[in-house]
Design a protein around this ligand. Structure first.
Ligand code: ADP
Ligand code: MG
Length: 553
């Protein structure tokens, strides 16, 4: 047997990092700005514990684009690096100064540090022929240094002069990456990844400098996004305006949930319930995932339960495991825990709203119903919670009748004596079309039955699923054969027609609509309903509905 150590050749590693580590070249800017943010946060931390002396002044980060010189410069006023630190941090691939700092200063707001893998800096070489670093440490006695490297394992390090504390990273953009020498392109990247970073970021470019007034432009980012604040500091208007900031073209949201957990994992965020008029308007992938205010992705599958993917908003968690390229790791146990937590929070909020402001809750049921039903169908834990606030809305076709909403238990109480079938199951009478089934609704209401509206796209699947999940409930469409399914209190009423007349009429129906096997009866209907009611076996109707629909959405 032989044991040994695998030799890593640095010459081989750079091309691998450049080509394969990050498939998305845009992220070089995210990585370098994250480092600038870390350097600034570190200075704040050191200053707060007295390790950095004096005032640190403003900590703005500046991104400068020089189209002529073909450079992008990222400047910060953070802790900077001494010559020895450059050697340690920049010349050692996969040695993370961020990780080292977090370990050393545990308990000192170490959660604010973004870096982790010690590889982000090298993403600069994806887009650059040459990278220069000018840096001056906050330690006053340390001279400024310049580091230069062309992406080969050889580098150059020398003393230089630099007036201010902090670091300038100068990227000499390579031929293939010329697209990044465009102000709009850079603005787009900044807006995607850096929009909510905690240190003010300014973008300057040559063209813009010519325009005097343009110099007044503020930072490109909102350093204090609403989700990072305490819920008690925010008014409803603050939540609304943050929504507007995220989705300028959307209608105002119905309400929101502010997530704010620090144990057993760190999670903040705001989830908004959008207004939904038609289920086909639903936009998925509207939730953005952040890690320490750095944008990660807008594909939050697994983190957010599927039925809540219809929500909008932001989730931020440094505890969501990310790989080197900062895609999150699906299937990680932490991800599952966060998912469960979000489900619970959403159920809490809905229940609270239902208990405290029922009228308002009912008013929003049109939009809310979709989430609640979808959730109850797909998540048994959520169903247990949803049973308390899921509502049935009455069809209320009778003149002057107002809409009523029943929970399952309320419906049971109101309807139980009348609406039981032979197996002693509660029968929920529903309509799928208030206009077409008007006569049936009126007829049923006249008999004292309660007819509810289940007429949205999701309802056929909902009915199907809930009949299994609520095993003592049977759904019965109002125009299907009620008499067959209900213990009809009025069944002893005499038919208006004789047996012969009934079978003659049935013959007529069978002729017009062969194969449907109609039953014809004329009895006990309200005065404004038509005198003849033809019903077909319920099973057939249901099969037809299902055939017309594919899936819940
Ligand atoms: P990570 O951020 O994951 O630690 P990076 O490869 O992005 O790894 O950066 C390596 C290290 O270089 C950082 O941890 C930090 O110590 C140092 N560094 C990079 N950029 C700066 C900067 N702008 N100011 C000060 N130190 C920096
Ligand atoms: Mg980094």
């Amino acid at each position: 047997m032989q044991k040994g150590t695998i030799q890593v050749q640095t010459e081989n590693i750079f091309p691998i990092i450049k080509k394969f580590l990050y498939s998305d070249h845009d992220i070089f800017l995210r990585e370098l700005i994250s480092n600038a943010v870390d350097a600034s946060q570190k200075l704040k931390t050191l200053s707060s514990i007295g390790e950095a002396k004096g005032e640190y002044g403003d900590l703005n980060i500046e991104i400068k684009l020089d189209e002529e010189k073909k450079t992008i410069t990222i400047s910060d006023r953070g802790i900077g690096m001494t010559s020895a630190e450059v050697e340690k941090y920049l010349n050692q691939v996969a040695f993370s100064g961020a990780e080292e700092f977090v370990k050393k200063y545990k308990g000192q707001n170490e959660n604010a540090i973004i870096g982790k893998f010690g590889l982000g800096f090298y993403s600069a070489f994806m887009v650059s022929d040459k990278v220069e670093v000018f840096t001056k440490s906050f330690k006053e006695e340390a001279p400024a240094v310049r580091w230069e490297c062309d992406g080969s394992p050889e580098y150059m390090l020398e003393e230089t002069t630099k007036a201010d504390r902090g670091t300038d990273i100068v990227l000499h953009i390579n031929e293939e990456s010329a697209e990044f020498l465009d102000a709009d392109r850079i603005k787009g990247i900044l807006n995607r990844f850096c929009r909510f970073l905690p240190i003010p970021i300014y973008f300057r470019h040559k063209e813009e400098e010519k325009l005097e007034e343009e110099k007044e432009t503020g930072p490109i980012n909102n350093t204090q996004p609403a989700w990072k604040k305490k819920p008690s500091e925010l008014t409803p208007e603050d939540y609304q305006s943050f929504y507007k900031e995220l989705y300028p073209y959307n209608e105002p949201p119905l309400f929101w949930i502010h997530l704010n957990v620090d144990y057993p994992f760190n999670l903040t965020g705001i989830l908004y319930f959008p207004k939904i008029k038609q289920s086909y308007e639903i936009q998925k992938d509207k939730i953005q995932l952040y890690s320490n205010q750095v944008f990660v992705t807008d594909e939050v599958k697994d983190i957010v339960p599927e039925f809540l993917m219809l929500l909008h908003g932001v989730i931020d968690s440094p505890d969501i495991p990310l790989n080197v390229s900062r895609s999150y790791l699906q299937g990680d146990p932490n991800v599952k825990k966060i998912n469960n937590h979000i489900t619970k929070k959403v159920a809490d909020k809905l229940e609270e709203l239902f208990n405290k402001e029922r009228k308002e809750f009912e008013g929003k049921w049109d939009s809310l119903g979709l989430f609640v039903k979808y959730g109850m169908m797909t998540d048994d834990k959520f169903m247990e919670r949803g049973n308390k606030f899921h509502l049935f809305e009455t069809a209320s076709n009778a003149e002057g009748a107002e809409k009523k909403f029943y929970t399952l238990e309320e419906y049971r109480m109101a309807a139980e004596t009348l609406q039981k079938n032979k197996e002693e199951k509660l029968v929920i009478l529903y309509t799928t079309d208030m206009v077409q089934q008007d006569a049936f609704i009126k007829g049923a209401e006249a008999k004292g039955y309660i007819v509810v509206k289940l007429d949205t796209l999701i309802d056929p699947s909902f009915i199907n699923q809930m009949e299994t999940k609520w095993n003592d409930v049977h759904f019965n469409r109002v125009d299907a054969d009620i008499a067959d399914n209900l213990i009809d209190k009025q069944e002893n009423l005499d038919s208006v027609l004789s047996k012969d007349e009934e079978s003659a009429l049935k013959g007529l129906f069978d002729l017009k609509m062969p194969g449907l096997n109609m039953t014809v009866e004329v009895k006990g209907l309200s005065t404004d309903a038509p005198p003849v009611v033809a019903t077909r076996p319920e099973f057939m109707r249901r099969m037809k509905d299902m055939a017309n629909l594919s899936g819940p959405m």
